[in-house]
Design a protein around this ligand. Sequence first.
Ligand code: GRF
Length: 213
Amino acid sequence: MPIVVLISGSGTNLQAIIDAIEAGTLAARIALVISNRADAAGLERAKRHGIPTQVIDHREFRDRESFDLALQSAIESHHPRLVVLAGFMRILTDGFVRHFSGRLLNIHPSLLPKFKGLNTHARAIEAGEREHGCSVHFVTPELDAGAVIGQARVAIATDDTAETLAAKVQQLEHRLYPACVGLFCNGTLELKGDVALLNGKPLPPTGLDLTGA
Ligand code: GRF
């Protein structure tokens, strides 16, 4: 199952996916890693594992549409069954998202539908939440609003800061993302309309609880 992974930064989720593939727990092949930033540390991670990389710098394009078209054609040249956003810090155009509908996943550091957007850890603490976590979802044109596939949860301790909570959530992300990519790659997961189906049955709005994955 060829997949393409899009990154902008450190690529720790990419690393978790690579590790799961190499451990034999995820039946996928990363055909290409694309970054919009040449200095993304995740590019080195890919190279260390012999995975092809490509930089497509958004600053070299006159608008979002032309950047996304270049991105789309780079991705499609590898015929992936799945495109995985792993810390890709660009808002994608509706056209791009529609093109890859049903085969585009993202990981978001909150228990969606809570805390869409940025600064999720600080906002969860500020709101007095007792638990926090991360979600993997199908990407739809509305930001962080697509059908949730799975979530992993952690209790917020009274002395947690945005930084300590971020570190806890990242640990969860590294198990959650390979698990969700695996569900897609083994053919049990699909998007029908705006609902995620597992073995043909709709998932609940918050997806599967994969905290222990
Ligand atoms: C993660 O926290 C993820 O939830 C968010 O971007 C971050 C990516 O981190 N979408 P990394 O590049 O995988 O280390």
